[in-house]
Design a binder for this molecule. Structure first.
Ligand code: 5GP
Length: 199
């Protein structure tokens, strides 16, 4: 937490969603450092395998499908979703939101649209933000620059992006991620306003 960050009075949940190619990962990294108040990032659970460099308990809690299903049955999750229909499950553990509250920060969830819609039901006052790519052209360029994916996979992701953008009206705020600095400034303004500390 940087020295400029304050501890908010009232606990809130912040949800950020953005399609692949929206530049979400960089925005989240910068925001956690630069936000005007303390945000505690929720560590999601997933059944997908760790990628290079990902650490269990930091990037995600990597669970076997069986453990995920057992914990889901025990109602340990706030929300779960099968993201991209690829057979991998993701979910926010209730204990993650509790952890943020204990730490005196706002719980920050970077989750997909399905999960966000569920959180909106559970926390109607959640600060929900949808991050748009600057344009579909730029989004496509970013997706293609991940050279590992086949044309079919790129087309599938682009359809998914369109679908997610179609739901963006359900979010309280929509931010276009054109220039990183502007995006961080805009989200910081939103958080200050929601915390009642806007000047
Ligand atoms: P990745 O596998 O690339 O890390 O994440 C893929 C997608 O899963 C991203 O769109 C991310 O927002 C979403 N995601 C990550 N954690 C969660 C979670 O706990 N719940 C939901 N619903 N989606 C998640």
């Amino acid at each position: 937490m940087s020295s400029a960050q304050v501890l908010p009075n009232r606990f809130r949940v912040v949800v950020l969603s953005g399609p692949s190619g929206s530049g979400k990962t960089t925005v989240v990294e910068r925001l956690l450092e630069a936000a005007p108040l303390r945000l505690v990032k929720s560590i999601s659970a997933t059944t997908r395998a760790p990628r290079n460099g990902e650490v269990d308990g930091e990037s995600y809690y990597f669970l076997s499908p069986q453990e995920f299903a057992e914990r889901k049955a025990r109602e340990e999750f706030l929300e779960t979703a099968e993201v991209f229909g690829a057979g991998y499950w993701y979910g926010t553990l209730k204990t993650e939101v509790d952890r943020a509250q204990r730490m005196g920060g706002w719980s920050f969830l970077e989750i997909d649209v399905q999960g966000a819609l569920r959180v909106m039901e559970l926390y109607p006052d959640a600060v929900t933000i949808f991050l748009h790519p600057p344009s579909m052209e730029e989004c496509e360029r970013r997706l293609r620059s991940r050279a590992s994916e086949s044309e079919e996979a790129v087309q599938k992701r682009l359809r998914q992006v369109q679908e997610e953008i179609g739901q963006s009206g359900r979010y309280r705020y929509q931010v276009i991620n054109d220039r990183l600095d502007d995006t961080i400034a805009e989200i910081s303004r939103i958080l200050r306003r929601e915390a009642g500390t806007a000047d």
